[in-house]
Design a protein around this ligand. Structure first.
Ligand code: ADE
Length: 232
């Protein structure tokens, strides 16, 4: 039977989904609260992982080991890396990578974790298509882009850092968990997708834009996830 693990780094990224689910059990592990049950009839486990790559990887492994999640969806917000992708738009991951990994000294391309065998982790195509078509139905006024999402343990709010990331990784948006979730899901052979709504432009304007737009952006992404669940 399908069981969808849904991860948001922050409470506001999962609160709407949690409030709509029927909870069958709550399990605390690694200081995270996993709520298992159904959402509109679909078996789900919803969890706030906490911010950053370590929390996200731990959380994904627990979803695989303890809950035997068959699919993993990461919902949340991100900073845009493209001029045309604006605050409020959605990016659905085609693949994700770690923009803060650098082992070039031993011949690995920038961003590649040694011995994993790949730079980027491809998202599940079926989940990607469902996310894009669900966006058109749920948020017809919001543009949905498909592209690479890059992650690192940094909030990007500096144009120079943003440009370095764009130049080296060709990402559509940047956040702090997606690549870790993808990496862990990949190692566990579990299909995943990362869905992010843009809360800021990942430059000097991010400090003021982020707090203003994060709530609405998180709600966009969560609404899309809710719509796609029964179609998985
Ligand atoms: N999440 C939302 N905006 C972000 C940014 N600018 N950098 C990293 N993570 C983010």
């Amino acid at each position: 039977m399908k069981k969808i693990g849904i991860i948001g780094a922050m409470e506001l990224e999962v609160e709407a989904l949690k409030s709509k689910m029927t909870i069958e059990r709550t399990v605390e592990k690694a200081s995270m609260e996993f709520q298992e049950g159904t959402l509109n009839g679909t078996a789900v486990v919803i969890v706030r992982s906490g911010i950053g790559k370590v929390n996200a990887a731990l959380c994904t492994q627990i979803l695989c080991d303890v809950f035997e999640a068959t699919h993993i969806i990461n919902t949340g917000v991100a900073g845009s890396l493209k001029n045309e992708i604006d605050i409020g738009d959605i990016v659905v991951s085609t693949d994700t990578l770690h923009h803060d990994v650098d082992v070039r000294v031993f011949g690995y391309p920038l961003g590649e974790v040694p011995q994993v065998g790949r730079l980027a982790f491809p998202a599940d195509e079926h989940l990607v298509q469902l996310a894009v078509s669900s966006c058109k139905e749920v948020n017809p006024d919001i543009r949905a882009y498909q592209g690479r999402i890059v992650s690192g343990d940094q909030f990007i709010s500096d144009k120079k850092v943003k440009e370095h990331i764009i130049e080296n990784f060709q990402g559509f948006c940047v956040e702090m968990e997606g690549a870790s979730i993808a990496h862990a899901a990949y190692l566990n052979h579990v299909p995943f997708v990362v869905i992010r709504a843009i809360s800021d432009k990942a430059d000097e304007s991010a400090e003021t834009a982020y707090p203003v737009f994060e709530k609405a952006a998180a709600a966009h992404s969560a609404a899309l996830v809710e719509h796609m669940l029964p179609l998985i």
